[in-house]
Write a protein of this length. Structure first.
Length: 116
């Protein structure tokens, strides 16, 4: 099994930046793609960005150009650098790890609040 712990959320003004971190432990050999998702109040969880073990990235259109996902395999950590934050980026951000299991492993989530 894989365990994920997120950190780095908080309150920031519009236009500001935050860097989220997700530390993975457990069956690390089984992890292929890792990603960040977010869920705003009253909305479904949505993809923010993913990164494969080979470093290939994918971003939601809503964050392209403002967000960068990166991965440090030596530290078993994935990062989400978010710049030019907007109030609509306010959500709980979840880290996910995709393995051979049919369902991904999820972290507990970290709150990001962007004030206008």
């Amino acid at each position: 099994q894989v365990q994920l712990v997120e950190s780095g959320g908080g309150l920031v003004q519009a236009g500001g930046s935050l860097r989220l971190s997700c530390a993975a432990s457990g069956s690390l050999f089984s992890i292929n793609t890792m990603g960040w998702f977010r869920q705003a109040p009253g909305k479904q969880r949505e993809l923010v960005a993913t990164i494969t073990s080979g470093g290939r990235t994918n971003y939601a259109d809503s964050v392209k150009g403002r967000v960068t996902i990166s991965r440090d395999n030596a530290k078993n950590t994935v990062y989400l650098q978010m710049n030019s934050l907007k109030p609509e980026d306010t959500a709980v951000y979840y880290c996910a790890a995709f393995t051979i299991s049919p369902l991904p492993a999820w972290g507990q989530g970290t709150q990001v609040t962007v004030s206008s």
